[in-house]
Design a binder for this molecule. Structure first.
Ligand code: FMN
Length: 398
């Protein structure tokens, strides 16, 4: 959440300059006010009018051509944060040496705001000793580097040097600007489907993709919370999310119970196996040995363990149901959660693997709230709005 935060967006002359337009949009969607500043080379790659139209502010493109007599100091004082994306090797070199001969580098030198730099260039340029040493220098200034990703580069090449995704850069900007509505709040989220070993190669699993839990973790981190994501699925790349990767229900229980000790809120979105093979086999079961029979035993109750803690966090459970939600209502009572989020995985567009979800909230008094089908990211945002209304957490700053 960047509501009302003022971000100077510096754009330099690389092929990825067009992605600065997407970044501007992402920042504005999160509530930021964006003022662009472009180098002369950047103008060869992206029209100033594009950024003007997206941000509502005409980019500063030089020291001496603006109406403002001192555009760099004006921008420097105005900024809550400066983000440079993409940052060329040339701009990195100028910044590392304080060579303030353009409006962007002069703004960075003149500001006391945090600076986020997202470099993009060919692999050889990124791995050149000059660039490596410039990055070290910029890190020593306290600037935050959003490392480039690997992938397709200009001219048909592939390798490291590709600009990080705009969403990731926006996350880095949000991370250097404290003061979101959940600053100081510790959150535990579980995600993904657990895997219970049958033998050394096979497991009992389920169809959970981890998308819902990950969306919840990201939404909390963007609001300023410190998040521990205990996941049996894909991890989340956000500066305020600590990923703890697990496989089985037992590992998830250990990690979740440990994190719950210090959490203000726990959202248990993982699909945890209720049963596991009682005696997993070392090595591989062979076809010639005939079909095995697998005895099952119960797994630890991850949610129940937290519900039973003496000082437990505000507890949100998830229930995947097929058809009627009657069982989910019963589960809410049985488990003693503060809020249960039920979804009917048999309804179209809802449940495992989809990018959308239709959920029904079940409140402690048995009342229900059915939400429309919407993207999982929106479910996550609305869920945090709802949790914020229901729960007063410790350590929150305004
Ligand atoms: C087609 C083309 C693509 C370029 N892409 C990059 C790039 O991705 N990264 C980079 O560091 N330089 C790139 N350059 C070189 C920069 O444009 C050049 O170093 C320029 O002086 C950078 O100026 P600036 O940092 O002031 O914007 C590219 C040049 C051309 C002609």
């Amino acid at each position: 959440m960047l509501a009302g935060r003022r971000v100077v967006l510096g754009v330099t002359g690389g092929v990825a300059a067009y992605k600065a337009a997407y970044l501007a949009r992402r920042l504005i969607e999160r509530g930021a006010v964006v003022r662009p500043v472009m180098t002369e080379s950047a103008l060869e790659f992206l029209g100033a009018h594009t950024l003007a139209a997206i941000t509502g502010n005409r980019p500063v493109t030089g020291m001496f051509n603006a109406a403002d007599v001192s555009p760099h100091t004006t921008l420097a004082r105005w900024a809550d944060a400066v983000a440079i994306a993409p940052a060329t090797a040339a701009t990195l070199a100028r910044l590392a040496n304080g060579l303030s001969d353009d409006a962007l580098v002069a703004t960075v030198l003149a500001t006391t705001a945090p600076v986020v730099i997202a470099p993009a260039m060919h692999t050889e340029m990124w791995q050149h000793p000059a660039t490596i040493s410039n990055i070290e220098q910029l890190t020593s200034f306290g600037y935050h580097i959003v490392e480039p990703a690997s992938g397709a580069l200009a001219g048909g090449d592939t390798g490291v040097g590709r600009l990080a995704e705009p969403e990731r850069i926006a996350d880095a900007v949000a991370a250097v600007l404290p003061g979101g509505p959940m600053t100081g709040v510790e959150v535990l989220v579980t995600a993904g489907g657990t895997r219970e070993a049958i033998d050394s190669v096979r497991y009992l699993g389920n169809h959970s993709s981890g998308k819902m839990g990950n969306a919840i973790a990201i939404a909390a981190a963007r609001r300023g919370a410190k998040v521990t994501l205990v996941t049996a699925g894909p991890t989340v790349d956000h500066p305020r999310v600590e990923n703890v990767e697990v496989e089985s229900a037992a590992e998830m229980a250990d990690a979740a119970w440990n994190a719950a000790e210090r959490a203000d809120v726990a959202v248990m979105a993982a699909a945890v196996a209720d049963f596991r093979p009682a005696r997993p086999i070392e090595g591989k079961l062979r076809r010639q040995e005939g079909p095995p029979s697998v005895d099952l035993e119960p797994t630890p109750d991850v949610l129940g363990g937290i519900a039973a803690m003496e000082h437990r966090p505000f507890l949100v459970g998830f229930a995947a149901e097929v058809g009627s939600l009657d069982e989910a209502v019963a589960k809410a009572r049985r488990k003693g959660v503060d809020l249960l989020v039920a979804n009917d995985i048999s309804s179209p567009g809802s449940g495992f693997g989809t990018d959308t979800n239709q959920v029904t909230l079940i409140l402690p008094d048995g009342a229900t709230e059915a939400w429309n089908l919407m993207p999982k990211a929106d479910v996550a945002e609305r869920l945090w709005d709802r949790i914020s209304e229901m729960c007063k957490w410790e350590g929150t700053s305004p």
